[in-house]
Design a protein around this ligand. Structure first.
Ligand code: HEC
Length: 131
């Protein structure tokens, strides 16, 4: 598993792409159904089913991802004093958490399109508490 994670990190190392035209706020326009499918194939290994933070890939991490169900988001990537806005989630997904002082265990995903990212944000919202 460690080798898989190392490979992921290497594959995703050349990142730092801005999250395009995704705005601040909390009204992701993406499709949570499409996001769910993508999440299951790319993110669930670490983030667990429904983003509970208990995926097998994260079992040996010192720092585990927080459950999305609690929406206890950590990153304010655009310094607007709001953590976990659509733009914050999108930035972390595209650029990785290390770009914002977080853990390199959350890699960057430069291959995802803005649409993919919006779908993932919509999915993360869908497993969170009601607005
Ligand atoms: C290799 C394991 C791993 C994979 C795969 C992974 N993540 Fe993460 N993710 C993490 C860890 C660990 C953190 C916590 C980082 C921190 O707190 O510094 C995290 C944090 C996040 C956050 C930040 C939430 C906050 O607290 O503000 C988001 C959003 C996120 N991940 C989304 C995703 C999405 C979407 C995918 C799939 C495209 C994904 N992650 C794939 C390990 C992973």
């Amino acid at each position: 598993m460690k080798r898989l994670i190392a490979l992921l990190v290497i594959l995703c190392a050349d990142s730092a792409i801005a999250a395009g035209n995704i705005s601040s706020g909390n009204n992701a326009a993406g499709s949570s159904d499409a996001g769910k499918i993508l999440f299951a194939s790319v993110c669930q290994s670490c983030h667990g089913q429904d983003g509970a933070g208990d995926g097998p890939g994260a079992a040996e991490f010192v720092l585990r991802p927080r459950p999305f169900s609690q929406a206890a988001f950590k990153f304010d990537t655009d310094s607007d004093w709001e953590k976990g806005s659509d733009l914050d989630l999108a930035n972390v997904i595209k650029n990785g958490a290390a770009a914002y002082g977080g853990s390199a265990l959350m890699p960057s995903w430069p291959a995802l399109t803005d649409e993919n990212v919006l779908d993932l944000v919509a999915y993360i919202r869908s497993v969170g508490p009601p607005p």
